[in-house]
Design a protein around this ligand. Structure first.
Ligand SMILES: CCC(=O)NCCS(=O)(=O)O
Length: 337
């Protein structure tokens, strides 16, 4: 039992879990995604250099990683502040900010955004994918990595006294590299000490999520307190997905905002299926590029609350089930044991 037990840790301090309200479990408010720059298709180089014009917006949606400028979300703090105020107005209460070491976590900015907007912001401890690990990180032992992660939760990260309230998103690719495996083991050790929530970014192979769970479990991690992100881009086969669900993690769908929501000829195309896992599903937009902000014609952080919830209700998901996905499941996940 520690002072964290039964509480949720935000960038402004500990809060009672019932204060969280509607929660997006996977967003970014300030970060850089330069690590994942992807060259534009041949012939499109000039568009990529000057993307933020009306006639280029569709190109940007199709090629979000092919424009350096688009990857610098940390330049948009003013727009993000406005977005968070709109999120509150739409009924939003909490955002889990998944930016970890390697993609420019900025805790003072998160604290200021929380103060300015009243949105509860929960920051992430730990490391993103291998290509962002420094040589020093790659050389660290599991014990050293564990100490750093624990300290980010108990004392503060990046030379500040601002404490993280979740470990992750912990980045892994496919195959999982040695350095990523060490970080996963450190994550499990830290979780065992702290009783804290964990969130994982799996590689893009359908086998990746289960392999991560295996490594975490072997190292003593608590899978029932772990979110597996990005399942909507990772496991496409329904049978495989149900097999993975049996392992007991939370199942996160976080591509909302990039879906084809109103396909006019068949309004059923994006039907959500719960399949008995309504206590394990969480959702988010995973905003990590500029073009997804409303300032640039994007969907913003309120899209799920404004557009997806009505669709869920229309398709027979009850208000009680919606509340589980948006309020109760995140609350239980985020509360320290
Ligand atoms: C930093 C945000 C992130 O990792 N999002 C997932 C991107 S992708 O792996 O689906 O391309």
């Amino acid at each position: 039992m520690s002072e964290l037990t039964g509480k949720v840790q935000t960038v402004l301090g500990l809060v009672d879990p019932d204060q969280l309200g509607h929660t997006m479990t996977h967003e970014h408010l300030t970060m850089s995604f330069e690590c994942c720059y992807f060259p534009p298709p041949p012939g499109d180089e000039t568009v990529a250099e000057n993307p933020f014009q009306m006639q280029h917006m569709h190109w940007l949606r199709q090629n979000p990683y092919s424009c350096h400028e688009n990857l610098l979300l940390q330049q948009e703090t003013g727009a993000v502040r406005d977005e968070l105020l709109a999120y509150r107005k739409a009924g939003g209460g909490t955002i889990v900010e998944n930016t970890t070491t390697g993609i420019d976590r900025d805790l003072p900015t998160l604290r200021q955004l929380a103060k300015d907007t009243g949105v509860h912001i929960i920051a992430g401890a730990g490391y993103y994918v291998d290509c962002t690990h420094t040589e020093a990180t790659k050389k660290m032992s599991v014990e050293k990595l564990t100490d750093i992660i624990v300290s980010e939760v108990l004392h503060g990260a990046d030379g500040t006294d601002i404490r993280c309230g979740v470990i992750g998103e912990i980045g892994t690719g496919w195959p999982i590299t040695e350095s990523e495996k060490k970080v996963l083991r450190a994550t499990a050790h830290a979780q065992a000490q702290l009783g804290c929530p964990v969130i994982i970014h799996p590689g893009r192979n359908p086998a990746a999520p289960a392999e991560v769970v295996r490594i975490l479990q072997e190292a003593g991690g608590d899978i029932s307190k772990t979110v597996m992100s990005h399942l909507d881009r990772t496991i496409f086969d329904e049978g495989e997905l149900l097999e993975f669900a049996k392992l007991g993690s939370y199942l996160e769908y976080d591509l909302f905002g990039t879906e084809m929501l109103n396909y006019p000829y068949n309004l059923e195309v994006d039907m959500v299926k719960l399949e008995g896992y309504e206590d394990k599903i969480v959702v988010a937009h995973d905003i990590h590029t500029k073009n997804r902000l409303t300032k640039y014609g994007g969907h913003g952080y309120s899209h799920i609350l404004k557009n997806i919830v009505p669709k869920m209700l229309m398709r027979g998901i009850s208000q009680h089930q919606v509340d589980k996905i948006l309020i109760n499941n995140p609350k239980h996940w985020l509360t320290f044991n």
